[in-house]
Structure formats: C-alpha cells, structure tokens
Design a protein. Structure first.
Length: 66
C-alpha cells in the first residue's frame, strides 16, 4: 500500500488482490469521516439519526408494499 498526500487530496494505492468488500467498508468509513469532519455532533448522534431514518423509511414503505 502506498499513501501520497498532495495539497488537494490523499491518494491511496492498493494491491489488486484486496477484498473488494473490505475495501468498500473502508471507503464508506472514509466518506463518512469526510462528510462529518466539520460537524459538531458526535458519531453516535449521527448513527442514531441514520437508524431513525431507516426505521421511518421501512415503516413508510411497508405500508406501500415495497
């Protein structure tokens, strides 16, 4: 693995043998960190909100037969 930092971005080069599912989990976490970097809210509060949104979506769509 090679990590390179420029003024605009961080570049990560990985072996093509890496498990894509593990890579996707890492990328999801990196994106989450990027999106919440400037928020003054705890990750737990964000997770609570996500869980509530998922619950509400399921309830709304179960009544529609989705």
């Amino acid at each position: 693995m090679v990590i390179e930092r420029t003024k605009k971005e961080i570049i990560v080069r990985l072996s093509p043998n890496i498990d894509t599912e593990d890579l996707q989990k890492f990328l999801n976490y990196a994106r989450y960190t990027e999106l919440t970097a400037n928020f003054k809210v705890t990750p737990e509060k964000v997770d609570d909100l996500v869980n509530q949104i998922k619950k509400d979506w399921k309830n709304d769509n179960n009544t529609k037969g989705l």
